[in-house]
Design a protein around this ligand. Structure first.
Ligand SMILES: *Cc1c(COP(=O)(O)O)cnc(C)c1O
Length: 437
C-alpha cells in the first residue's frame, strides 16, 4: 500500500470507528472513556513488517514487545499474522502464553530475571537474552543441572549514545541494560564468555525506544554485528547464529503519516550493516510501538467546560490514569487531541487555546495545554490519537480510577464497524477487591 493510501485509510477507518462507538453506546455515562484499536490496521502493519524484512535465505522471527499493548487478544491477533512475543516480566510471559504464543516464538528479556524465571524459561525452551555476567553465571548453573532447548544470547549495550528522550535511551554510556561494550575489558570478557559456553548462540541489542535517530540505531546494530563476526572468527565456527536487533522504531505523533516506515528502517540497516541480511545470521526483531501506536485512539467525554484566568478548560475523562507519560512528560510525549461533538464528528469553528484536563485530583493532570481547538462544550468528546501503544496497558491507579475498556474494531462494507472487546472495563467490585477489600 502506498504511503498516501495508508494515511487516508488510517484516517477513514478511525472516523468510522469513532462515530460507530458513539452510536453503539460503547462510550456512555458508566464508561466515559474507552480505547479503540484498529485491528485491520494492526494486521496491515504486521504485513508491512514482514514484507520489509524479507530477504532471500534469511530466517526472521518478528516478536511484539508485549509491554506496548499487554492484552491477550492483541497478541492473539498478532500471532495470526506470524508475530511472536518479547516479554520482560513473568506477567508478560503469562500473557503471551495465555494468547497461545508457542515457546519458540517468545524471547525473554526481563532486566531482573529471578532464578525461578530463568529455570521456567529454560524448561519451556523459551529464548533468553542474558543481561549481565551474574545472570550468565546463574544460567551456567541451570544448564549444567538440566539440558535445555532454549536459544541463549547476551544483551550488549553498544554505548552509541542516547536520543531525544533520556528515559527511553538504552544505549547511553551508563544505561542499566546489557553488557556495556566500550567499558574497559568488556569486549574481551564477552568473547571469552562465548568461547567458554558453546551453547551461547545469540547477540541481542535494543538501543532505545522513540526519539532515537535511525542512523544511531543502525550504528548500535552494526556494533553487535561486528562483535558477532569477531566471536565467530575466534571460535573458528559460526557459534553465533542469530542476531536479535530489538525494536525501537520511532513513531510519528504529529500526523497520520507512518514515518519512518519499516521499509525505510530495513533499508537503513542494509546500507549500514551490509552483512546483516546476507543469510549467515537469523534475525529476531522486537518492535512494540511501531506495530500498534497509530492504530489506537482514546475517546473520552467532556464532563464539564469551564474557564479560569481566561483559559478555557475542558474537564474530560482522559487523564494521567491512561495517558501517564503524556501527563508527566508532555514535551517528550505530546499527543494530537481532537475536539469532537457528542456524535463523534469533528467539531468545526474558530480555534481557541484550551487545556484538556483529566479526572485526576492534581493540577498537572492535563493531556493538552493551551492547545488551539474548536471550543469544547459539556457533552462533547475528545479523541487522543496514536495511542495504540503504551496507553492501553500501562494504566496508573491514581484516585482509584478504574481501567477503561479497550475495543478492537474492523471496518466492513458500507458503514459497518464491528467491535470486539479486548479488555473489559474494570468494575468497582474488582477495584475494591484489588484494593484489599
Ligand atoms: C521496550 C522494548 C522493546 C520495544 O520497544 P518499542 O520502542 O516499543 O519498539 C523491544 N525490546 C526491548 C528489550 C525493550 O525493552
Amino acid at each position: 500500500m502506498s504511503n498516501d493510501a495508508r494515511t487516508s485509510s488510517v484516517r477513514a477507518e478511525r472516523e468510522r470507528a469513532i462515530t460507530a462507538a458513539v452510536r453503539q453506546e460503547l462510550i456512555n455515562q458508566e464508561q466515559p472513556v474507552v480505547g479503540l484499536l484498529n485491528l485491520t490496521g494492526v494486521r496491515r502493519t504486521a504485513a508491512e513488517l514482514h514484507a520489509a524484512f524479507t530477504f532471500p535465505g534469511v530466517d526472521v522471527l518478528h516478536t511484539f514487545a508485549v509491554k506496548a499493548a499487554a492484552l491477550v487478544p492483541v497478541l492473539r491477533h498478532l500471532a495470526r499474522e506470524g508475530v511472536g512475543a518479547e516479554v520482560a516480566s513473568p506477567g508478560e510471559l503469562a500473557i503471551a502464553r495465555a494468547a497461545g504464543i508457542p515457546a519458540p516464538h517468545i524471547v525473554l528479556d526481563s532486566p531482573a530475571k529471578t532464578e525461578t524465571e530463568l529455570k521456567e524459561a529454560l524448561a519451556a525452551g523459551i529464548a533468553i537474552n542474558a543481561d549481565n555476567p551474574q545472570e550468565l553465571s546463574r544460567i551456567d548453573a541451570l544448564v549444567r543441572r538440566a539440558p535445555t532447548t532454549s536459544p541463549i544470547g547476551v544483551r550488549v549495550n553498544p554505548q552509541v549514545g542516547g536520543g531525544s528522550i533520556g528515559a527511553m535511551s538504552t544505549a547511553t554510556a551508563t544505561s542499566k541494560f546489557g553488557v556495556a561494550l566500550r567499558d574497559e575489558g568488556a569486549e574481551e570478557w564477552i568473547v571469552q564468555a562465548f568461547l567458554q559456553r558453546p551453547w551461547l548462540t545469540r547477540l541481542h541489542t535494543h538501543t532505545g525506544s522513540q526519539g532515537m535517530p535511525l542512523t544511531l540505531m543502525a550504528e548500535g546494530i552494526a556494533t553487535a554485528y561486528t562483535l558477532a563476526e569477531k566471536i565467530n572468527a575466534a571460535a573458528g565456527r559460526q557459534q553465533i547464529t542469530v542476531l536479535d536487533i530489538g525494536g525501537g522504531l520511532p513513531v510519528n505523533f504529529s500526523s497520520d503519516e507512518t514515518k519512518p516506515s519499516f521499509r525505510t528502517y530495513a533499508q537503513t540497516l542494509q546500507t549500514a550493516v551490509p552483512g546483516l541480511f546476507g543469510g549467515r545470521y537469523g534475525i529476531v526483531t522486537e518492535f512494540g510501538r511501531s506495530l500498534v501506536a497509530k492504530q489506537g485512539v482514546v475517546l473520552a467525554r467532556v464532563e464539564y467546560a469551564k474557564s479560569a484566568g481566561d483559559r478555557a478548560i475542558a474537564v474530560t475523562h482522559a487523564g494521567a490514569h491512561i495517558a501517564t507519560r503524556t501527563v508527566f512528560a508532555p514535551e517528550s510525549w505530546p499527543l494530537r487531541v481532537e475536539a469532537r461533538d457528542a456524535s463523534g464528528n469533528p467539531k468545526t469553528g474558530q480555534k481557541v487555546p484550551q487545556d484538556v484536563a483529566g479526572p485526576c485530583c492534581f493540577a498537572g493532570d492535563l493531556v493538552a495545554r493551551d492547545r488551539p481547538l474548536p471550543l469544547l462544550e459539556q457533552g462533547d468528546l475528545v479523541a487522543l490519537l496514536d495511542t495504540g501503544a503504551y496507553y492501553f496497558s500501562n494504566h496508573f491507579a491514581y484516585n482509584s480510577l478504574p481501567r477503561p475498556a479497550v475495543y478492537g474494531y474492523t471496518t466492513g462494507a458500507a458503514d459497518s464497524v464491528h467491535f470486539e472487546i479486548l479488555r473489559k472495563p474494570q468494575t468497582l467490585d474488582q477495584l475494591v477487591a484489588e484494593s484489599g477489600g
